[in-house]
Design a binder for this molecule. Structure first.
Ligand code: PLP
Length: 374
């Protein structure tokens, strides 16, 4: 198999898998139990939490372990909005957020009476800072703008966004950093709340976290026995959480090299794509090198993706969450306004183990398929 879908998920690192198996074999006691074994589990959990916060140089922040980015996003957005609704009911976001953000905000709008402003994006898929500045109201409570777009790799100017948001004392800045962490350099101290997901970083599925400033109040979505600082009830899957700290450590250590490697692959893929007629690249040049998105203007992307898959080459169309339906890409529609382009996107996403030979094999197969289909 040639796997070019790392933005959807990544293979688990052998080192993580081995460490997880051996950890799970030794430690199982409930980290909320007061006996010695339970307290040992609690210490592992506390250490993992501390390691992650220290790794990002975060003082005055707390970390809530979750089952992944989707849960962390829901806790951040709904938890914050519902806990602070008396202070304001207006939320600003971009029109290209991941469905986890978009749908959580739509639920706040449709079921809880919040008002959500969706900022448009330019051709590179990024919001305009003037639009953000102008969107603020007296009752703006929250700004949710992603760090890296999962379909196009567009990166957002988080420092400038943070500066604007922080001119409004009532508002906090949440950023969906799922595709940025372990990949793109970021000073996380600029963000008030952000999230991560282990399976995007060669870690375990069902593992993630929300990191937020300690003074930000949230309403818990899972009421229970007080776990995770009263913000997420339920017996802790602490072996999984401990592995998240290791996953992040490995990812951050490998980051500069992985970035350089992805840049080379991305440049070569762009060069090869320009040799094909009727293809337009949707990813901006200054985006994340790990993601390269393009549209076929005269062929059906769904047919090409399926034909590639039959040859053992895995690429994505739209995003993994909705690609089984091969619907139009909201993201490419938002940046281009072109329905043909939005309905025929292909996303290549690279990992540290992707090789240039694999990329060449992809292009040979791609060329053959394009010649064959009408
Ligand atoms: N946000 C972004 C930008 C993503 O790419 C993804 C994964 O596709 C998610 C959120 C959801 O992550 P998870 O699979 O950990 O719930």
């Amino acid at each position: 198999m040639i796997y070019l879908d790392h933005a959807a998920t990544t293979p688990v690192d052998r080192e993580i898998l081995d460490a997880y198996a051996s950890f799970l074999n030794q430690y199982f006691a409930n980290s909320s139990s007061i006996h010695h074994a339970g307290q040992q589990s609690a210490r592992f959990l506390a250490k993992a939490r501390e390691q992650i916060l220290t790794q990002f140089g975060l003082e005055g922040y707390e970390l809530i372990f979750t089952s992944g980015a989707t849960e962390a996003i829901n806790l951040a957005l709904k938890g914050y909005a519902l806990a602070n609704a008396k202070r304001g009911k207006h939320i600003i976001t971009s029109s290209v957020e991941h469905p986890a953000v978009k749908n959580a905000l739509l639920q706040l709008r449709d079921s809880f009476g919040f008002d959500v402003t969706f900022l448009p994006v330019d051709l590179s898929g990024c919001i305009r800072l003037e639009d953000l500045t102008q969107a603020f109201r007296k009752d703006t409570l929250l700004v949710a703008i992603m760090r890296v777009n999962n379909e196009t790799g567009t990166t957002f100017p988080y420092e400038a966004i943070a500066e604007i948001v922080h001119q409004h004392p009532k508002a906090v800045f949440f950023s969906d950093t799922t595709q940025g962490i372990g990949k793109i350099p970021t000073d996380y101290r600029q963000l008030d709340m952000f999230v991560l997901s282990a399976h995007k970083l060669h870690g375990l599925k069902g593992s993630g976290a929300l990191i937020k400033r300690k003074n930000i109040a949230l309403l818990p979505l899972l009421s229970g026995g007080g776990q995770e600082n009263d913000l997420r009830g339920g017996t802790s899957d602490f072996p999984v959480h401990v592995m998240l700290a290791k996953t992040l450590r490995l990812a951050e250590n490998a980051r500069p090299q992985a970035f350089q490697h992805a840049t080379l692959l991305n440049q070569e893929a762009r060069r090869r794509l320009t040799l094909f007629p009727d293809i337009v690249i949707n990813s901006p040049l200054d985006g994340s090198p790990f993601i390269l998105n393009f549209s076929l203007l005269k062929k059906k992307a769904s047919v090409v993706v399926e034909a590639l898959s039959l040859q053992g080459i895995m690429v994505s169309s739209v995003s993994a969450c909705s690609s089984s339906k091969f619907k139009e890409s909201d993201v490419v529609m938002a940046l281009s306004g072109d329905s043909t382009r939005a309905s025929n996107t292909i996303r290549l996403s690279f990992g540290k183990e992707t090789t240039m030979e694999e990329l060449n094999t992809f292009f040979d197969a791609f060329d053959g398929i394009l010649r064959k289909i009408r």
